[in-house]
Design a protein around this ligand. Structure first.
Ligand code: SF4
Length: 248
């Protein structure tokens, strides 16, 4: 079985959403207000990929200007300026550290109990406190509760591709200039392995893919199919049987 963290996390939050998205392959509809987040994500991805060769602010802003559609009205100009401010603040805080990065936009694949987990590390940098694994977030708001699982899974990936164990695990919410950190080390690696193993076991044995209501329902495109949201949900346009081999 092959999984990305996004698939694993979707299943963990709501098995029905996982089924609709990855088995039935019903497309999710992008919610409004994601454009700037997407442009920032693409900009940083392209910048980090080549940051060892050119980590200058000029280069970062050049990539942003190329990725960003030309603003056509005052609202778009404000959003463009907001994105630029976010990137300038990021560069001011982190630009000088990028030269010491151990991993930048590094792909990984790691086997955990027969499951291949794939992903891409944003960044791992040496700091005075040790090796810091950073995942950049572009959301409009910082969630009230933040779970370290993604970072724990990525610390497995970091160890697989570099041999290093991260000491600090960080979500960096760029639009809010806020970092949330968790302890790394072998404990985090083990927790990541245990959680992946447990979730993969549940997934293999799951034949019901029941809905699980939570904060994430607010961004779900499948409410019309969901018995937890509708008294009479419309039938799922299923192309695959519920039971049987997972098509991931
Ligand atoms: S609305 Fe919530 S419970 Fe229903 S499928 Fe979507 S995420 Fe799951």
């Amino acid at each position: 079985m092959k999984l990305t963290f996004t698939k694993l996390d979707t299943y963990r939050k709501c098995p029905l959403r996982f089924r609709l998205r990855y088995r039935e392959k019903l497309p999710e509809v992008a919610m409004g207000g994601r454009n700037l987040s997407l442009v920032l994500h693409q900009t940083l991805q392209a910048f980090l990929f080549n940051a060892r060769r050119d980590s200058s602010l000029d280069n970062l802003l050049r990539i942003y200007a190329a990725a960003c559609p030309t603003p056509k009205n005052q609202k778009q100009e404000q959003r463009y300026a907001e994105g630029r401010r976010v990137l300038e603040a990021f560069h001011w805080r982190e630009g000088s550290r990028l030269g010491k990065a151990v991993a930048l936009e590094q792909k990984f694949a790691v086997m955990v109990d027969g499951v291949e987990i794939t992903g891409r590390l944003d960044c791992a940098m040496e700091t005075e406190e040790g090796l810091e694994l950073v995942d950049f977030k572009f959301t409009r708001e910082v969630p009230e509760t933040v779970d370290p699982l993604q970072l724990q899974v990525y610390s497995l990936g970091l160890k697989e591709v570099t041999g290093y164990t991260s000491d600090i695990l960080t979500y960096y919410y760029l639009r809010q200039e806020r970092k949330i950190t968790f302890p790394g080390g072998e404990v985090a690696v083990r927790e990541g392995q245990e959680q992946v193993t447990g979730l993969a076991q549940q997934l293999r044995a799951d034949h019901s893919f029941s809905p699980k209501v939570g904060d994430w329902c607010g961004t779900c495109s499948y409410r019309k199919y969901c018995p937890a949201q509708q008294g009479q949900p419309i039938p799922i346009p299923s192309q695959l049987p519920v039971q049987g081999t997972l098509a991931l």
